[in-house]
Ligand binder design. Structure first.
Ligand SMILES: C[S@@+](CC[C@H](N)C(=O)[O-])C[C@H]1O[C@@H](n2cnc3c(N)ncnc32)[C@H](O)[C@@H]1O
Length: 359
């Protein structure tokens, strides 16, 4: 497919990039591990693009969702307004994505957090910009408890995170796993070893005959069943047996013992439950769950990677990146966001390069 989305204010990427600052050396990333840029993020990206180009391994952004409403904290102090809507909103996101894509390293990836009213348009936009082949996941994030409203509609308790790689199969992928729950262990490992705990057994043979070779020969005087071969050569089968990792059935069939403690964890699926705290429990409206950010950072960046959040808000991405030993760049223009981020920098006594960019 070669689809593209037309909207008022769409500018060709090359034309947009030509408006960036032409020289590097303004923001020296070799001399810093933390950067906070105050001001409009498009102006910031334009100003610092030569220094940011291809440097960032992970971008997480949670922009305004084009809802048309202002967001305030519990004391009704305005944090930011989300007034840009419709095609103007699409143009706003498009311009920033064009620059953010340039910042990604060849092994980089971007996660864009958005709601389900506008998110599908952003998906088409990102397919066009990043390449459909670089689309990795549309993650559904369960954000709150089930809703019970009178509106004639199903409750909407999820939003979406669109995940793209700069280059599919080159992106950092740390294959994070989820710990098995007790019920998974009981279901998958129903037997109990007196010393090593829950286990199950797997067949020691696999489909397909061996034409020539070790895995088709008798082991302990037994041939693999017709049409099958031993999963391992006889030397490995002997090792498993000598280490007590082979269980013999009552009919004399050998099976490999597999312990729950050696399981590397469950593959993470594309529906995530990370509910956000209510307004009375956070400093910043629309503040995202830190565990959600932790998962993204752990899976899609390495220690020493640069992690960027161009809509930093309360700074959650930056603080998670800090605690996971990543370098970070945050941007925001809201006075409340800037104040909170500075307060946290002070609290952690961090050495941060701060820049202010005027629009
Ligand atoms: C949904 S909030 C982000 C919340 C954040 N993820 C958190 O966990 O706290 C969106 C943020 O984008 C910022 N923002 C909106 N437009 C911006 C712009 N043009 N430049 C920089 N920041 C912007 C707002 O000030 C706001 O803090």
């Amino acid at each position: 497919m070669n689809l593209s989305l037309d909207f008022e204010g769409k500018i060709a990427p090359q034309q947009l990039l030509a408006t960036a600052h032409a020289h590097s050396g303004i923001l020296d990333l070799t001399a810093s591990e933390r950067v906070f840029i105050e001001g409009d993020n498009l102006s910031s990206l334009k100003a610092f693009l030569p220094d940011l180009r291809q440097k960032i391994d992970l971008i997480y952004i949670d922009p305004p969702f084009g809802t048309g409403q202002p967001f305030s904290d519990i004391e009704a102090t305005k944090a930011y307004s989300d007034e840009i809507q419709g095609e103007e909103f699409l143009a706003f996101i498009w311009k920033r994505l064009v620059f953010l894509r340039e910042c990604l390293s060849p092994q980089g990836s971007i996660y864009l957090h958005i709601d389900k009213k506008i998110g599908h348009y952003i998906k088409i936009m990102m397919d066009e910009l990043f390449g459909e082949e670089n689309f990795i996941n549309d993650l559904s994030r369960i954000k709150c408890n089930p809703k019970n409203f009178a509106r004639k509609a199903y409750g909407n308790y999820s939003d979406m995170i669109l995940y793209y790689a700069k280059n599919r199969d080159q992106q950092i992928w740390n294959d994070l796993r989820e710990k098995l729950e007790e019920e998974d262990i009981q279901r998958l490992f129903p037997k109990k070893h007196p010393k090593y705990g829950p286990y199950t057994t797997h067949p020691l043979h696999a489909p397909g005959p061996t034409q020539n070779g070790d895995t088709g020969l008798p082991w302990k005087g037994i041939l693999p069943p017709p049409g099958r071969h031993w999963r391992y050569g006889r030397e490995e089968l002997d090792r498993l047996e000598s280490e007590g990792l082979v269980e013999w059935s009552s009919s004399g069939n050998p099976r490999k013992i597999v312990f729950a403690r050696d399981h590397k964890g469950k593959k993470i699926q594309d529906v995530w439950t990370f509910k956000d705290k209510g307004l009375s429990y956070v400093q910043y409206p629309t503040q995202k769950n830190h565990k959600l950010l932790e998962r993204i950072i752990l899976n899609s960046s390495n220690e020493d990677s640069w992690v960027m959040d161009a809509f930093a808000g309360s700074g959650g991405t930056l603080w998670m990146a800090e605690s996971l030993k990543r370098k970070w760049i945050g941007m925001d223009q809201s006075p409340m966001s800037i104040r909170l981020i500075h307060e946290h920098i002070e609290k952690l006594k961090l050495n941060v390069t701060v820049r202010t960019v005027s629009s």
